[in-house]
Design a protein around this ligand. Structure first.
Ligand code: A2P
Length: 334
């Protein structure tokens, strides 16, 4: 088993390496891959120092699995080339998510859709993953009709340059800007680029990806906001259901769902926060309460480490599921 991590020098790539190591992912060889700019760099994996290689070299080595997190344009160009060489690509960019022939997978929700024919599998957007994780058990029980979500997104979601910008601002050092404005002591109501309808691409990812994963009939509207935080994304979520519910049943469903952790004890000041979710794989849910303004509706607060379940962990879980179901073909026999 040869595993390539494409984007190994980036934030998500770094967490992918960590998650692969922590979970003792079965492999004989790890290929850390990045752009030609990173030639000569090394990374550490299982106490071994390994040289970073470029894309051409990586394709020639025909990895069985290629975990991609190197941006959309890199994925568009290179994922098909890896797939042609026999790799199964699990792609963390937005490049393939809405492609009608590509699966958009959160293992706990729709991992059963995977087949041996899937050679490029899309990992959903970080904000979508934690949202659908919390919605899925409730959709099954009560039928989600409409979702209004506002996000409070960590700078780690933008990549290393953004984390550096915030650190520079805190230390009073001039440097490159990842955002059009200062991010420390500020809140920027723009994640990713603006589209023709005046929503951002991040907001529309939440809309389209939630429909693709859960149900095309669910209506979703979103406001995505960048906040000067590391550790995780938070979401205030208002959900309207088709059927009536009891709030204690909702909490029980959330508590019993794999991958979710209910943290909801207002009197003891227990609720999810990025500082608690940081470095964890679970999606945390709290502040679950009736929306008192209309029937069959609730409010909840959802937090997850966007680099882990929102990106690296979900991708590695997809790879583990492929192996467990015997769906992974060796690239060497093609
Ligand atoms: P590199 O370090 O060589 O630029 P982040 O989002 O944290 O900034 O990380 C982006 C990751 O994607 C890095 O590992 C980066 O490698 C990689 N990357 C960016 N562009 C390319 C490309 N054209 N080919 C391969 N890897 C790329």
């Amino acid at each position: 088993m040869k595993v390539a991590v494409v984007g190994a020098t980036g934030l998500v790539g770094g967490v992918m390496l960590k998650v692969l190591e922590e979970r003792d992912f079965p492999m004989d060889e790890l290929l850390p891959v990045a752009s030609e700019r990173s030639a000569g760099r090394t990374i550490w994996f299982k106490r071994k120092e390994i040289g970073v290689i470029g894309m051409e070299a990586a394709v020639a080595l025909r990895p069985d699995i290629a975990l991609f997190s190197a941006g959309g344009s890199t994925s568009l160009e290179w994922a098909p080339r890896f797939a042609e060489a026999g790799s199964t690509v699990i792609d963390n960019s937005s490049a393939w998510r809405m492609h009608p022939d590509k699966k958009l997978v959160v293992p706990e929700i729709n991992g059963h859709l995977l087949t041996a024919e899937d050679r490029i599998i899309a990992n959903p957007n970080c904000s979508t993953i934690q949202l659908v994780m919390a919605l899925a058990p409730l959709h099954k029980a009560y039928g989600v009709q409409r979702v209004v979500v506002s996000t409070y997104q960590s700078v780690t979601g933008t990549g290393m340059k953004a984390v550096q910008q915030m650190e520079n601002e805190r230390e009073g050092v001039a440097g490159e800007m990842a955002y059009p404005f200062l991010i420390d002591r500020n809140v920027i109501p723009r994640c990713d680029v603006f589209l023709d309808n005046d929503y951002t691409k991040e907001e529309m990812k939440l809309v389209h990806e939630t429909k693709k994963i859960l149900d095309p009939n669910i209506r979703v509207t979103a406001t995505a906001v960048r906040v000067p935080v590391t550790g995780g994304h938070s979401e205030a979520v208002n959900v309207e259901f088709a059927r009536d519910f009891d709030i204690s049943d909702v909490k029980r469903l959330l508590r019993d769902s794999p991958g979710l952790k209910l943290l909801d004890n207002p009197l003891k000041d227990e609720y999810p926060m990025p500082m608690l979710a940081n470095g964890r794989d679970e999606v945390f849910v709290g502040r679950v309460r009736y929306d008192e303004t209309q029937p069959r509706t609730l409010n909840m607060w959802v937090v997850a480490d966007n680099l882990r379940k929102g990106a690296a962990t979900n991708a590695v879980q997809i790879a583990e599921l492929l192996i467990a179901k015997g769906l992974l073909r060796s690239a060497q026999v093609l």
